[in-house]
Design a binder for this molecule. Structure first.
Ligand code: ADP
Ligand code: MG
Length: 338
C-alpha cells in the first residue's frame, strides 16, 4: 500500500539528508507510528507519501502508483485517496464545521445531494453531530481536530496520514483523538501517524517505525516508544484510573474527618444496608479503588466506613468525573471508513 525503497531526501541548500536510505512497506489496514525526535524526518516521510515532496534517490510507491511517474496533473486525483491531518488543524476560520468539511467535497465537484448526505455522516462518525453550525473558534482544540479528521475522511480515503495530530492537545483530549484514529483504522483505513509522544505509542502496541537523524533505526510490529528517557509521558488510561483513585481517596478522607468531628454519620437514605455501599468499594468493577482506599487506613484510627449512596454519587456526577462510571464512548458509532 505504501512502499519506501531506499529513499533518500536532501532538501535544497542542506548538507545532511533529511532521510537516508529509508526502506519499509506498509500493508493495507495497518496502523503505523512514525516516531523519532524533532528533526528526525517524520514529516518528510509523510510529505513524500503525499507527493508534496519527491525523493532525491530511491522510490516511493503509494496505492500501486510509483510517485516518480505520477504527473503533476494527476496529483490532485491521487491525493483524494489520502486524507491528512496536522498538529495545527488547518481549518478555514470563517467557515462553519459543516462548510469546512463540505468544502473538500465541493472542490472535487461532488453533487449537492452527496455533500448533504456525506457531511453529516462523517461528522457523526467523529462525534461532532450537533456542532455543524459552529465556527472553529467556537470549538475546543479536540473538537477542531475532529473537524480536521472529518474533513480528511469525507472522501473515504484508503490512507490517513496524521502528522503530530495530538501535538496541540492536552493528554485527556489526545487520548480521545487516539481512540478515534484507532477506530478509523479498525474500519479498514490504513493509518500512518507521526508523533514524538511516547504515552499512547507504548499503550497501543502497534507497528513502530523509528527514525533517528533521517535513518530508520527500528521497525517493530508491536512496538513501544523505546528509550523514553527525557520524553514527556502522557497519562495513559491506567494512570487516569490512578488519578481517579487518588481523587476518591481524598473525598473519603474528608468524609472521615467530618465523621471524626461530628460523630457517626446517619445513613443518607433508606434502611441500613439498602442502597448503600461502604466508602471503599463505590464501584465494584474497580478493585484498585478498594485496595487504594484500604491502604490509606491507618491502624487504630477511626476507619468506620461512611455510607455513600450510589444515586448520590451519580447525581453529583462524581463517578463520571473520577473516571469510575461506565464509559459511554461517543466514538462507538465509528463504522467502516472505506
Ligand atoms: P520531523 O518531522 O521528524 O521533525 P522533518 O521531516 O520535518 O522532521 O525534518 C527532517 C530534517 O529535514 C530536519 O533537519 C529539517 O530541518 C529538514 N527539513 C525539513 N523540511 C525542510 C525543507 N522544506 N527545507 C529544508 N530542510 C528541511
Ligand atoms: Mg514534523
Amino acid at each position: 500500500m505504501i512502499r519506501f525503497e531506499n529513499v533518500t531526501k536532501r532538501y535544497r541548500g542542506t548538507t545532511k539528508p533529511a532521510l537516508s536510505a529509508v526502506d519499509f512497506e506498509v500493508q493495507r489496514g495497518e496502523f503505523v507510528f512514525l516516531v523519532g525526535a524533532s528533526g528526525s524526518g517524520k514529516s518528510s516521510c509523510l510529505q513524500l507519501i503525499l507527493r508534496a515532496e519527491t525523493p532525491s534517490e530511491g522510490r516511493v510507491v503509494v496505492l500501486g502508483r510509483d510517485l516518480r511517474t505520477l504527473s503533476n496533473r494527476k496529483v490532485p486525483y491521487f491525493r483524494r485517496h489520502i486524507g491528512s491531518v496536522f498538529q495545527d488543524f488547518r481549518l478555514l476560520p470563517n467557515k462553519t464545521v459543516h462548510q469546512n468539511v463540505a468544502f473538500t467535497l465541493q472542490v472535487t465537484g461532488a453533487s449537492r445531494g452527496f455533500v448533504q448526505q456525506a457531511v453529516p455522516e462523517v461528522l457523526a462518525l467523529v462525534g461532532l453531530d450537533g456542532k455543524e453550525k459552529r465556527l472553529p473558534h467556537e470549538l475546543s482544540g479536540g473538537e477542531q481536530q475532529r473537524v480536521a479528521i472529518a474533513r480528511a475522511l469525507v472522501n473515504r480515503p484508503q490512507v490517513l496520514l496524521a502528522d503530530e495530530p495530538t501535538g496541540n492537545l492536552d493528554p485527556g483530549t489526545s487520548i480521545d483523538i487516539m481512540r478515534l484514529l484507532a477506530r478509523i483504522n479498525a474500519g479498514g483505513t490504513t493509518v500512518v501517524m507521526a508523533t514524538h509522544e511516547a504515552g499512547f505509542v507504548d499503550q497501543m502496541q502497534r507497528r513502530v517505525i523509528e527514525l533517528r537523524g533521517g535513518e530508520m533505526v527500528r521497525d517493530e510490529r508491536h512496538g513501544g516508544y523505546g528509550d523514553r528517557s527525557g520524553l514527556p509521558v502522557l497519562a495513559p488510561e491506567v494512570e487516569k484510573g490512578a488519578a481517579a483513585v487518588a481523587a476518591l481517596t481524598a473525598v473519603l478522607e474528608v468524609q472521615r474527618e467530618v465523621t471524626n468531628i461530628t460523630g457517626p454519620v446517619e445513613p443518607l437514605r433508606g434502611p441500613e444496608g439498602s442502597e448503600q455501599v461502604s466508602a471503599a468499594p463505590v464501584e465494584p468493577t474497580s478493585p484498585s479503588v478498594t485496595t487504594a482506599a484500604a491502604e490509606r487506613r491507618e491502624p487504630g484510627t477511626n476507619t468506620r466506613s461512611i455510607p455513600v449512596s450510589n444515586p448520590e454519587v451519580d447525581a453529583l456526577g462524581l463517578a463520571d468525573r473520577l473516571g469510575l462510571a461506565e464509559k459511554k464512548d461517543r466514538d462507538d458509532e465509528v463504522g467502516p471508513t472505506s
